[in-house]
Design a protein around this ligand. Structure first.
Ligand code: ADP
Ligand code: MG
Length: 467
């Protein structure tokens, strides 16, 4: 009888395990200890207040579900924070391996994720891709303002009126390229400045890790050491209250100290949803610079630059023809170029108008044909060599589960289905399960390069399947 609470929590865990991915389970549920069960109230002990807040913000539904199943409708939960008692010689620390398993990085990375060891003055690895430079960022009417602001910032980071620089525009128009190019330029003209590029997703994940690890202060202190902070795709802060709160503090500190902040987003601050007003108003303190679709001349200039970079010659009529037909964004233009080069080198064809027409036609057809959940399931099942119907089954076998997560992720990214209707394709799973699958895949791509490649290859195949 005395140990009722242990049994009850065990059963809750079994239910929870069915609804969250392995990593989430290890990170957020395994560390919990049940301590008491009185009437229908189960008391659980969590490591700290952040942990509790995170559970309430992100995993309330699954906790409720488990409690109702195990304790009935009146089942309730009470939290207790762990009292640290190091004297007894058993500090509640996880071993490094355990922690690495749980969060996908080694613990020495956690406190200061970007510090290069062995260098006295704290100097970060800026996490920039050196291929993104201002000199290969082609100027056009579509980007004049953003590009010149970038140049001014690169000369005097933190000292211009463009702080923050808020770059926004549709996907594929060059936000990441420009933001990183400014960072690279700062490094070459001010080698002592600490530049740091981070995607909003990575920032959020690091915060989660630091909460998990009880080192939020380290996390904040670390970001406050940066001279030029570049945060990409800031729209992903949407609905993430805790991350917004922490980012708000970091932003204020940096701005107060005259440090430079550069943000990118797929929309203007005014159009952002789910982001606190106090943050939005700060985003507007500096310069909002939008990127437009490039006009024909700019597209041709970009194409020629890319071609000469690849040391490939394309006849003028061909490049003009292509640029006339690919208007939406630069990423599409690059996609066409890659297809052109692939055809020319793999199939030994001349880059001429016939080939250009073929490639464009295929590209346009792709645009019209829809990627469906069924098509995705077929492709993923074939890749993992499992029967398609397994993807909708309850089995938790590792390879099937991974294939299922991946199919769900693709369905969310590449089809217009709602979470609910995607769930129906996978044995009637609910929307939180769908979101968990997407997160599992994103986390894994962040930490596993080989897996990221697999995903990229499947994405390519998906495009080709349609051709
Ligand atoms: P976004 O972040 O807005 O989605 P990216 O920065 O990833 O877009 O740009 C997509 C691709 O297009 C990248 O390979 C980038 O180098 C290229 N690109 C975009 N704009 C330009 C430009 N003005 N000059 C040269 N390349 C560009
Ligand atoms: Mg981008």
């Amino acid at each position: 009888m005395k140990k009722d609470y242990l049994g009850a929590w065990e059963r809750c865990l079994t239910v929870i395990k069915e609804h969250v991915n392995n990593q989430t389970f290890k990170t957020w549920f395994e560390p919990i200890k049940a301590v008491k069960l009185a009437a229908e109230i189960l008391t659980i002990e969590v490591p700290n207040k952040f942990f509790y807040e995170w559970l309430e913000e992100n995993h309330l539904q699954v906790l409720k579900l488990a409690l109702t199943e195990v304790l009935g409708k009146g089942g309730r939960l009470e939290y207790r924070f762990k009292v640290e008692s190091h004297q007894n010689g058993t500090p509640q620390k996880h071993s490094d391996d355990e922690l690495e398993d749980a969060i996908g990085v080694s613990p020495d990375q956690i406190q200061n994720p970007f510090v290069i060891p062995g260098i006295k003055r704290v100097k970060f690895s800026p996490q920039l891709n050196t291929a993104y430079r201002l000199d290969n960022y082609i100027e056009g009417d579509c980007n004049t303002l953003a590009r010149s602001a970038g140049k001014a910032i690169a000369n005097k980071p933190g000292e211009t009126a463009f702080n923050p620089l808020f770059i926004y525009g549709d996907v594929g128009l060059g936000k990441t390229h420009l933001a990183q190019a400014i960072g690279n330029e700062v490094i070459s003209s001010h080698p002592n400045k600490n530049v740091l590029y981070v995607s909003t997703e990575k920032f959020t994940n690091q915060l989660i890790q630091s909460i998990r690890n009880g080192s939020v202060n380290d996390f904040v202190n670390f970001y406050q050491l940066v001279d030029v902070l570049i945060v990409d795709d800031i729209q992903f802060l949407s609905e993430k209250q805790k991350t917004q709160e922490i980012f708000f503090n970091i932003f204020n500190h940096l701005k107060h100290c005259g440090k430079q902040i550069i943000l990118t987003s797929d929309c203007a601050p005014n159009e952002m949803k789910g982001v606190q007003d106090r943050l939005l108003s700060r985003f507007k303190w500096g310069l909002e610079a939008d990127l437009h679709r490039p006009d024909l001349e700019t597209r041709i200039a970009i194409m020629e630059a890319k071609m000469s970079q690849e040391k490939i010659e394309v006849p003028r009529d061909v490049s003009h023809y292509i640029c006339m037909h690919v208007k939406n964004n630069v990423r599409e233009l690059e996609g066409i170029l890659i297809q052109l080069i692939a055809q020319a080198t793999l199939n030994q064809r001349a880059i001429d108008m016939t080939l250009a027409r073929e490639v464009i036609q295929r590209f346009n057809n792709n645009d019209n044909r829809e990627i469906t959940v069924d098509l995705i399931k077929e492709m993923v099942a074939e890749h993992y060599n499992i029967p398609v119907d397994k993807l909708g089954s309850k089995t938790r076998k590792q390879d099937v589960a991974l294939a299922r997560h991946l199919s769900i992720y693709f369905s969310k990214e590449y089809t217009k289905n709602s979470l609910k209707s995607i769930g129906k394709y996978f044995g009637g799973r609910d929307h939180s399960t769908i979101l968990h699958s997407c997160k599992t895949i994103k986390d894994r791509m962040d930490t596993d390069v080989a897996f990221k490649d697999t995903v990229a290859n499947l994405e390519k195949r998906m495009q080709l399947n349609l051709a």
